[in-house]
Design a protein around this ligand. Structure first.
Ligand SMILES: [Fe+2]
Ligand SMILES: [Fe+2]
Length: 247
């Protein structure tokens, strides 16, 4: 019987993991939906191999004490969007805190989990930034769905293309918006959305180093490296560093 595309992908992945010295079993969240998580995994030919418990050789090795920029360089997807957003924020003359928030606002999409990315992103950086910055990152995802003409922010055309003209944010998002509206840091968050542009110029290359000083002043880099400092989100940085770790 012909293989389905999912079976083909699984077979190719299986062959690839056979070339590694270690067995890789992906976390449920990476595959759930593509496969039904209730089904047992096909048995791996272990042949005496050990399971992946550290660095995955298919990824670049991270420094022992990784910094925020190391994650940008070695683990995050393309960062043009957040770099251009941070540059635009700077050009618009907002405070350095907001420039940093723009630089970090989508790191969950780039390196961790898409759904609820504002919440995940805020949690990642919470121990290292001022509360106002993580609050704004958390809520930018919500505010993006709601226009505010007084800041020149319209509902994004791109969202109509991406989600359909009749898309309505779920009730919990509407409620989160209602609360954010009343919050003392509403403006900080709104300024992320104002500088959160999708239509970036592919010819403009913004270097990470443009923000070395802002990060240096407003992001408390742990001396042990992100992931190894015992902070409440350290485990999340470790997961990005070692995404295929068995346990
Ligand atoms: Fe976002
Ligand atoms: Fe964004």
């Amino acid at each position: 019987m012909a293989m389905t595309s999912l079976e083909r992908a699984e077979a190719a992945e299986h062959a690839m993991s056979q070339e590694l010295d270690r067995i890789v079993v992906k976390s449920v969240i990476y595959t759930s939906g593509d496969r039904d998580p209730r089904q047992p995994l096909s048995p791996q030919q272990s042949q005496g191999k050990l399971y992946m418990m550290g660095h995955d050789p298919r990824l670049p090795l991270m420094p022992e004490r990784p910094t925020l920029f190391d994650f940008f360089k070695y683990r995050f997807g393309p960062s043009a969007h957040v770099l251009q957003s941070a540059r635009l924020a700077k050009k618009n003359g907002v405070s350095e805190k907001i420039v940093l928030a723009c630089l970090l606002h989508d790191i969950s999409v780039m390196g961790f989990i898409r759904g609820d990315h504002g919440y995940w992103g805020a949690q990642l950086v919470e121990p290292y930034v001022e509360e106002e910055v993580s609050w704004a990152i958390r809520h930018h995802q919500v505010l993006r769905f709601f226009a505010d003409e007084s800041y020149g922010y319209k509902y994004p055309d791109s969202y109509i293309r991406l989600f359909g003209a009749d898309y309505q944010p779920e009730p919990h998002i509407q409620e989160a918006y209602r609360r954010a509206r009343e919050h003392k840091w509403y403006e900080t968050c709104r300024l992320i959305t104002v500088n959160d542009l999708y239509a970036f110029d592919p010819n403009v290359k913004v270097e990470l180093e443009e923000f070395t000083d802002v990060v240096g002043r407003h992001f408390k880099q742990p001396k042990e490296g992100l992931g190894f400092d015992q902070s409440p989100s350290a485990h999340m940085w470790r997961t990005m560093n070692h995404p295929t770790k068995y346990l």
